[in-house]
Write a protein that binds this ligand. Structure first.
Ligand code: BEZ
Length: 220
């Protein structure tokens, strides 16, 4: 059992493909993603308080994910029936429509392929895992939270903005980067690059730390 649980896809790995039942019918993951980015996340269980706040917050901001061409998809080791009943309960009690699919992973097939089960934390419930997957089907970021702490939707959106910006502009994003902030010029690898960066007029601390502003801020 433990060797299956160790199959955590790492950053830069191909995202494992799967076919699984969901609230939108059978999902063929790669087909469903198409050429979009995806945020695949697990929650421990339906009808639990922290999970309810997370799902509600993600659904409330789903337009912001859509604007970034990111498709949301959730997962837990619960049945389609439980997912549907929970979704209905959230609609009735909180007035929020969960407008993305929830995978019913009773077989734990997907949870195991993505290393979402951490037996030291819970034997049969997935931890709060997040995989950001890009249009070339590569895992670009992995985030894990324990059962008793909810995730931060602002940070997930910031992570996606930073990943998309870094990829598009061939730059890196510094600590606490936000759209519109200056970005980091990749450090030089040759003496010729040292000279080129030196003469480029960047905001310079030293040869390895140069910042530049982007002409068109993200979201503008
Ligand atoms: C919750 O979502 O509140 C929760 C789920 C599983 C264990 C602990 C808390």
């Amino acid at each position: 059992m433990s060797e299956n649980l160790d199959r955590l896809p790492r950053i830069g790995d191909p995202a494992p493909d799967f076919t699984a039942p969901s609230t939108e019918g059978e999902i063929r993951f790669r087909e469903w993603r198409g050429d979009s980015w995806a945020l695949l996340f697990s929650h421990p269980a339906d009808f639990t308080p922290v999970c309810t706040t997370e799902l509600t917050a993600l659904a409330g901001r789903s337009a912001e994910f859509q604007a970034r061409d990111v498709k949301l998809i959730g997962l837990s080791i619960d049945s389609v029936h439980a997912h549907l009943a929970w979704r209905e309960n959230i609609r009735e009690k909180l007035g929020v429509e969960i407008d993305f699919p929830l995978i019913a992973d009773l077989s734990q097939q997907v949870a195991r392929a993505y290393g979402m089960l951490h037996p030291g934390e819970a034997e049969t419930a997935t931890v709060r895992a997040v995989f950001v997957i890009d249009p070339s089907h590569t895992v670009r970021a992995v985030v894990y939270y324990p059962l008793n702490v909810g995730r931060n939707v602002d940070e997930l959106l910031r992570l996606i903005d930073a990943l998309q910006t870094a990829t598009r502009e061939a730059v890196a994003c510094p600590v606490d980067w936000r759209p519109g902030d200056s970005v980091i010029v990749p450090p030089p690898k040759t003496s010729e690059e040292v000279r080129r960066i030196e003469s480029a007029g960047y905001e310079r601390v030293d040869f390895y730390l140069n910042r530049k502003s982007l002409s068109t801020p993200v979201g503008s």
